[in-house]
Write a protein that binds this ligand. Structure first.
Ligand SMILES: O=C(O)CCC(=O)C(=O)O
Ligand SMILES: [Fe+2]
Length: 344
């Protein structure tokens, strides 16, 4: 045995005390590996640890009297409505900026950039380019609206971490749904939720967000499985197979959750909702008009998988203060936005 070599090998280096990468990979692995029955318990441990370090009290914006009911609805149904949070003037400014910017196919970026008016027929979902999203007025402020952060915090059990802002078009007139237009679940973190702000009017024909109520918690998924197993073992296996499949058939989702529990979330341009997309969901393929949506993602910990793109947006801090005063303490706001904006 050659004992003269130093102990630097790829494996030894990867698991070096100083290498953050293995800690990151370990956290990611836990996300997919924790037993479904105890998933919430594990998420609670993560929240407890973070709170012991952060010590941020629960945000309670003045006059916000539906916080408790909304969080209850997020837990029981999977989502809550925030009503109209964007004025018509703001909408017009947002639209002017977005319409003038380029977009790309969210699932095939190699197709290149295009103006939405020239979107190729093969594109179903056109993501507005990052440089356009970053410079669109108002969006960053909505994402840190005290009511939004308060709900995200109460739902997650800890002050949220903002992972990204995204804007995309779901294009009408395409024949069959694709990707996120089919039922699926997201797995960004142990607990997470997303803010959706409709930037066009959305009715049943224009791409509502569709959600299977009560599908958002792993332990509940497991309880349903156990209950079903007693009544009908074969059906229980079918249910688990559906939960594991990446894309879920409409008929299965309706069968297992009940057609009455499939919610179609529509709304006027400027209306917003928060949703736990760990539950089964999709954006229904729009028939008549293109749908434009703004989204931000709130997690307990950085997700590792989502791209982190720091934005130089000094406007954000002054705009936020002008809109919401000191409803969100400075250190709280800086923590929430630490991956996205530099605080000065
Ligand atoms: O477009 C939608 O309504 C759903 C998109 C989606 O699956 C997501 O944002 O996780
Ligand atoms: Fe999704």
């Amino acid at each position: 045995m050659d004992m003269s070599a130093n102990n630097s090998t790829p494996k030894a280096d990867f698991f070096d005390y100083q290498n953050p990468e293995w800690y990151r990979q370990f956290l990611l692995h836990m996300r997919y590996s924790v037993d479904l029955r105890t998933y919430e318990h594990f998420a609670g441990i993560v929240a407890k640890f973070l709170n012991s370090q952060l010590k941020f009290p629960q945000l309670r914006p003045e006059g916000d009297d539906s916080l408790a009911d909304d969080v209850k609805s997020m837990r029981e149904n999977g989502f809550c409505s925030l009503g109209k949070i964007v004025s018509d003037e703001e909408l017009a400014e947002i639209r002017a900026h977005v319409d003038a910017g380029k977009a790309h196919d969210g699932w095939a970026p190699d197709k290149g950039d295009f103006l939405i008016a020239d979107a190729p027929e093969t594109v179903h979902v056109a993501h507005v380019n990052d440089d356009v999203v970053e410079t669109t007025p108002h969006l960053a402020r909505f994402a840190s609206d005290p009511r939004v952060l308060a709900r995200a915090q109460a739902f997650l059990g800890v002050a949220p971490t903002m992972m990204y802002h995204a804007v995309w078009w779901s294009l009408a007139g395409r024949e069959a749904p694709q990707d996120a237009q089919l039922f699926h679940i997201d797995r960004h973190c142990y607990r997470f939720c997303k803010l959706f702000v409709f930037l066009t009017d959305v009715d049943m024909d224009n791409g509502p967000h569709v959600y299977a109520k009560g599908s958002g918690f792993n332990h509940v998924v497991w309880q349903r499985y156990e209950a079903l197993k007693k009544l009908n073992p074969e059906k229980a296996d079918g249910y688990m197979a559906m939960m594991r499949a990446q894309r879920k058939q409409d008929a299965d989702v309706e069968d297992f959750f009940g057609a009455e529990n499939i919610a179609y979330i529509t709304g006027k341009a400027g209306e917003a909702f928060l949703v736990n997309t760990a539950g089964i969901h999709k954006g229904l393929l729009p028939k008549t008009h293109n749908r434009l949506v703004f989204q931000s993602l709130y997690t307990m910990l950085p997700t590792i998988k989502d791209k982190v793109a720091p934005i130089d947006n000094q406007r954000f801090w002054t705009e936020h203060a002008a809109a919401y005063g000191d409803a969100v303490p400075d250190d709280y706001l800086a923590y929430v936005n630490r991956l996205m904006f530099h605080h000065t």
